[in-house]
Write a protein that binds this ligand. Structure first.
Ligand code: AMP
Ligand code: TRP
Length: 331
């Protein structure tokens, strides 16, 4: 069985983009893989966050994941900082990298443009080294993520390969698993920008899974579209309606073509109304399940058990890495 891993940062609220881009596929594949999923709280600290907020977000996210179908029967579900090996390997991985390659990462570059080089936290520069450690630690071969994370998986492969060459084979090299539809859900108000957990400018364009459903339906109804009033997929010319078609297709597992055929004689109003209703049917059961998990002692137990299982794998791998790197002197 191949190993699969993915993570999510406890920053802001869980969005429809997070679900469709990453978790949906993880849930679909979890039974056929040796599966690990974790809340990347250390990554969440790469820029300052209020401690009380991050604490609550960890639990909110954990309950949301379970509500979305992450099943502890098949998946080791844990919080990153509970398994110290992530930090240690992250540190060792950082030593294998050059400042140049890390500063060419898109995420770093775009933050640098906004904040200036001197105002940027070191954590952002070494963000990919910790992420590489997260993946290499488990010999994961499959990483379901949205398309914004592809570059991080690519650098993980580079680093893994580099360390295998330098110190002898020790890591499997991962591949990303990016869905054809839903890999980049866009902001409903600005379809040229990714729908993101923390989009302070445009909450109106983001569907939050735990938000009041009527609010979310309104956001669908007022999503920005073009003036042609014809429903077909063309990301270049019609980014707004194409984004809504992708959401529809991903939620229903229908093809884009099926949706275009179904709505070829409809207008945007009818299509949006149907999508809003579909969203309600899809989100309400998740919200029900969320409530069941969020304030139940079981939640903490699941995370603790997940960390114990993850640590068994991670500690073995870290030992192997230390031996190969020569910093295990007593063997
Ligand atoms: P983050 O919220 O940045 O921690 O992302 C968690 C996972 O959700 C990653 O695999 C992202 O690639 C994915 N993701 C986040 N936003 C979107 C989006 N708008 N569309 C598709 N996938 C997304
Ligand atoms: N960087 C990822 C994101 O923002 C979260 C993450 C951290 C991750 N470590 C990971 C995803 C390891 C996959 C595998 O979405």
């Amino acid at each position: 069985m191949k190993t699969m891993i993915t993570g999510v940062q406890p920053t802001g609220n869980f969005t429809l983009g997070n679900y469709l881009g990453a978790i949906k596929n993880f849930v679909k594949l979890q039974k056929e893989h040796n599966s690990f999923i974790f809340i990347a709280d250390l990554h969440g600290l790469t820029s300052y966050q209020e401690p009380k907020k991050i604490h609550d977000t960890i639990l909110d996210l954990a309950a949301t994941y379970l509500a979305c179908g992450v099943d502890p029967k098949y998946t080791n579900f844990f919080v990153q900082s509970d398994v110290n090996e992530h930090s240690v390997l992250g540190f060792l991985v950082a030593f294998q990298c050059r400042v140049g390659e890390l500063s060419r990462m898109t995420q770093y570059k775009s933050k640098k443009e906004k904040q200036g080089k001197d105002g940027i936290d070191l954590g952002l520069l070494i963000y990919p080294t910790l992420m590489a450690a997260d993946i290499l630690l488990y010999d994961a071969e499959i990483v379901p993520v949205g398309s914004d994370q592809k570059q991080h998986i690519e650098i993980t492969r580079d680093i893994g390969e580099r360390m295998n060459k330098r110190y002898g084979d020790m890591f499997k090299l991962p591949d990303y698993y990016v869905p054809e539809i839903g890999h980049k859900i866009m902001n409903l108000q600005n379809p040229n920008e990714k729908m993101s957990k923390s989009s302070p400018i445009n909450d109106k364009g983001t569907i939050f899974i735990l938000d009041d459903i009527n609010n979310s339906k309104k956001k669908i109804m007022s999503a920005v579209t073009d003036s042609e009033n014809k429903i077909y997929f063309d990301e270049e010319k019609k980014p707004g309606i194409s984004n809504l078609i992708s959401i529809y297709a991903s939620i229903t597992n229908k093809s884009i073509k099926d949706i275009e055929d179904k709505y070829k004689d409809s207008n945007y109003g009818t299509f949006k109304k149907d999508l809003a209703d579909l969203l309600e049917k899809f989100i309400l059961p998740i919200q029900e399940k969320y409530k069941k998990y969020r304030y139940n002692d079981e939640l903490i137990k699941i995370l603790h058990n997940g960390a114990i299982e993850a640590e068994k794998v991670a500690s073995k791998k870290l030992l192997e890495v230390r031996e190969k790197m020569g910093i295990k002197y007593d063997n």
